[in-house]
Design a binder for this molecule. Sequence first.
Ligand SMILES: NC(=O)c1ccc[n+]([C@@H]2O[C@H](COP(=O)([O-])OP(=O)(O)OC[C@H]3O[C@@H](n4cnc5c(N)ncnc54)[C@H](OP(=O)(O)O)[C@@H]3O)[C@@H](O)[C@H]2O)c1
Length: 317
Amino acid sequence: MAAKRSFHQVAKQVATRTLLLSDGKVIPAIAWGNGTGGLAKGGDRAVLGGQLALEAGIRHLDTAQSYHTEAETTAAIGATGLKRSDVFVTDKISRNTFKGKERTRENVRESVINSLDKLGSKPDLLLIHDIRVPDQGKIPEFWRYLEEMVEDGTLGGVSLGFSNFRPQDIEAVMSVARIKPVVNQVEFHPYVYAHLEPLMELQARHGITMAAFGPLTPILRHPTGGPLKPVLERIGAAHGLDPASVLLLWTVQKGVVAVTSSKSEGNLRKIGAINTLPDLSLEEITAIDEAGKKIHFRFYKDHMTKDFAAPDLPEDV
Ligand SMILES: NC(=O)c1ccc[n+]([C@@H]2O[C@H](COP(=O)([O-])OP(=O)(O)OC[C@H]3O[C@@H](n4cnc5c(N)ncnc54)[C@H](OP(=O)(O)O)[C@@H]3O)[C@@H](O)[C@H]2O)c1
């Protein structure tokens, strides 16, 4: 699917902030996702968005079965003239592909093979989208099915991980894992930092890198902006950056992959620029930590606080 846009050649080599996963793979720390902003139905808009993101210097695309954008993710790479190997692709196995079917070994395999067909290649990283993708209480079995596909070559070279997993869900995987998970993608920003610190500690013990979706929630979705607003503005003003760029820098400096999105060329340029901006100072990072921990505000509510209690903090001060 080719987007209707003439496009100049995208530089193959760009400076990219990266993190090292525990299996030795290098992951670009700034990712562009096509699961939000009206892109999740796929089509030309998702291809064009991906092209623009790559043009802006982003080298990590985030898709999922439920976004219906797997083919568009690959098409976006093709449309830029970049090679598939120039870009890191994260994909997710979502609930919708099972349509009420049990998650048997055969059905999980079929779902994954459908994704490989749509992508036209293997993703670099494949995540279980959330804890309801496996049948209830069957996270270990589901993990084993994925491991078997890595071991038989179907998913050879693909790193495995999950998304929206709480400590107890991670322990369920670790109780059986022959292939260690490398990433947990969760809603992550300063307003959930106090809640997620124990999760980060557990993940650090198991070598699991955090990836942040919704990293711009404090400025986009909190009703007032909360206590971070003046802090982000002050730090931004000191560096000539907008609050979004400050938040994204904070995220990657925490050792977390920032999975953001945009359809605006101007914002995409700012997101791509994170790759080459100087770090925030330790004082600035600490000021953001402290302002963030004054409240607890989560946008994607779902199950993350079920049996993993959120801190007793207000939603605003
Ligand atoms: N695993 C999961 O369960 C899960 C859940 C949700 C999302 N995700 C993934 O994470 C991706 C990002 O999620 P998200 O949309 O919640 O991320 P986000 O980073 O919190 O928000 C993205 C929004 O930020 C805006 N933006 C970007 N740069 C900006 C700037 N400089 N100033 C002001 N606004 C700016 C964009 O709007 P403009 O278009 O106007 O720039 C875009 O709509 C999704 O597409 C998806 O791939 C995963």
